[in-house]
Design a protein around this ligand. Structure first.
Ligand code: SF4
Ligand code: SF3
Length: 549
């Protein structure tokens, strides 16, 4: 086994025996095999596009399959094996269609005939792919590093593309690029510069995917507005929804509308409360329960209702709560209740509702506690005049975007301490699950502007980018000249995609932690620090002083 795609990777140099995330060597090998099957489709899918016979079903399948190999999404070997079979079925059908239409015979690359033996262990067959890329890169560690950066970024891109198409937003150029990047993995003659270009192109495409997702969310649910969200529970039966999928949250809200059940968000679904359509249509969408993903074993055990995990981050479930836990979409775990989707991509949530009705629910009303969310680009740029005025009159000295993933490492207390130490004349924008380290702090206001603003989920990095670009335009300066510093935390591959987007946009001086990705080689890091002044976090005091200097 070899995997180093997330920040939790063992000893900072790859999980070799068993995943620190709980992923087994078998799952890892079948994930690698599935990725190889997808690579074997890519040249055919590109040729199909060229001939005007694209296959949207395959495009979506490819994204969902890549997404399912991300950290903390699916731990079920059987689901990966089934996906590999389906991938090859797609490949052979499309190959036939392309060959029928093409005037002359096609000499496909060797990979296009890859055929695992589905009668034998796929886990054993998948092991050969662990070292496939480093061999193809002829041992060049820097090219290998950029290939991994590209693949991991692709996983994040595939996940946002998946969410965007769920909401009816698609762009063919993203699908084509995903195939191009997969094809590139089998082109041994690409140079280091080619790979830098491809990694940045992942960032560019990810910006487009996040833009589409933003359009999908705001088109369906309205532009987020600053909204107070209860952190306390209320008496009654309850369902908790985790992950990032707002469309699935809405489907569950529809199906629970007449049941008397109260619905709570968990983790990255907190920003759902900011969408006016959801709040108006579904009064039983009440509050938020728990904090970031790595605390779920405690949070889920305590929750007295059923729980649905719509996307990452799922941890191996504890037996004290596995019976009330349900997964949907790309998420899975062996033996755990999985609800398949209908032809519209929506599961029948009846088992979740039945389980919630069987469980005790909350027996009392807890003392109210609350946080605010909904400071997305529209809400913030609507008051841009106030913000600009506050900057010009010296009331606001600096903005900090403290965002990204949370995780279990003790070094992540840096982010809490950083926010606590931000001077009174500065504003903190935050997004993604890293905010749970400080999201309920009362930082007060500067005039009418809150000092702590939750922009949204990790994909709402798009919103943060729009805010930065909007302010830069209003001040008539470049975005790197704004009094804004980005202090980012990463864990999984969506964060890799977002980081590549920021680099693609030329954002300088990003501070990244809690540790640098293991897959970034020293030379690649040198390149990033020379070109973009990307740097690792140091101490809150040192970094604050440097940002404010
Ligand atoms: Fe290790 Fe992360 Fe890979 Fe899991 S996803 S096996 S923790 S590197
Ligand atoms: Fe969090 Fe998993 Fe990355 Fe969407 S939920 S940010 S870690």
């Amino acid at each position: 086994m070899f995997c180093e795609q997330c920040e939790q990777t063992a000893s900072g140099n790859g999980c070799h025996q068993w995943g620190a995330c709980g992923k087994s060597p078998e799952v890892n090998a079948v994930q690698d095999l599935l990725m190889y099957c997808l690579r074997s489709i890519a040249p055919i899918a590109l040729k199909a596009y060229e001939l005007g016979i694209p296959n949207r079903e395959l495009d979506r399948f490819t994204c969902e399959s890549i997404f399912s190999t991300m950290t903390n999404v699916n731990f079920n070997t059987k689901r990966f094996s089934d996906a590999a079979k389906e991938a090859l079925h797609f490949r052979e059908t499309l190959k036939q269609a392309v060959e029928n239409q093409n005037q002359t015979p096609i000499q496909w690359p060797e990979i296009c005939s890859y055929q695992p033996n589905f009668e034998e262990s796929l886990a054993e067959q998948g092991q050969q792919f662990a070292l496939d890329l480093i061999q193809k890169a002829s041992g060049n560690i820097d090219i290998y590093s950029l290939q991994l950066t590209t693949i991991y970024g692709l996983k994040g891109l595939a996940s946002y593309t998946f969410h965007a198409y769920e909401l009816g937003q698609e762009d063919e150029q993203i699908y084509r690029f995903i195939y191009e990047a997969l094809v590139a993995l089998d082109q041994p003659d690409l140079t280091l510069n080619d790979w830098v270009g491809l990694a940045l192109k992942v960032g560019e495409m990810n910006l487009r995917a996040m833009e589409l997702l933003d359009a999908g969310h705001t088109g369906h649910y309205g532009h987020p507005i600053p909204t107070t969200v209860p952190l306390n529970h209320r008496q009654g039966k309850a369902i908790l929804v985790s992950g990032h999928d707002i469309k699935q949250l809405e489907a569950l809200l529809q199906q629970t509308a007449e049941t008397g059940i109260t619905v709570y968000t968990h983790g990255e679904l907190l920003p759902a409360h900011g969408y006016p359509v959801l709040k108006q249509k579904y009064p039983h969408l009440y509050g938020h329960f728990g904090t970031a993903w790595q605390n779920q074993t405690k949070d889920f055990a305590k929750f007295p209702g059923s729980i649905v995990v719509t996307t990452n981050c799922l941890m191996p479930p504890h037996e004290t709560y596995d019976e009330k836990l349900f997964t949907i979409g790309p998420v899975g775990y062996p033996e755990l209740n999985y609800l398949p989707s209908d032809e519209n991509g929506i599961p029948d949530f009846t088992p979740v509702i039945q389980k919630a009705l069987e469980l005790p629910g909350f027996s009392d009303n807890e003392t109210p506690r609350e946080v605010k969310t909904g400071f997305a680009h529209n809400a913030v740029l609507n008051v841009a005049d106030h913000v600009i005025d506050a900057v010009k009159t010296g009331k606001i000295r600096h903005f900090f975007l403290v965002g990204g993933c949370d995780g279990a490492k003790p070094g992540r207390s840096y982010y809490t301490e950083f926010v606590e130490k931000v001077p009174q004349d500065c504003v903190v924008l935050t997004l993604a699950c890293g905010k749970f380290r400080f999201f309920d702090q009362q930082l007060g206001e500067i005039g009418s502007i809150p000092r702590l603003m939750d922009v949204g989920q990790c994909n709402d990095a798009y919103s943060a980018i729009q805010i930065a670009l909007g302010l830069a335009k209003a001040f008539d300066i470049g975005v790197n000249e704004l009094p804004l510093s980005m202090i980012l935390s990463w864990y999984e591959q969506k964060a890799v995609a977002v980081l590549l987007t920021l680099l693609y946009l030329g954002i300088q001086d990003i501070r990244l932690g809690p540790t640098l990705p293991a897959f970034i080689s020293p030379n690649v890091f040198k390149l990033l620090s020379e070109t973009y002044h990307l740097k690792p976090i140091s101490t809150p005091d040192e970094d604050l002083a440097a940002c404010l200097a």
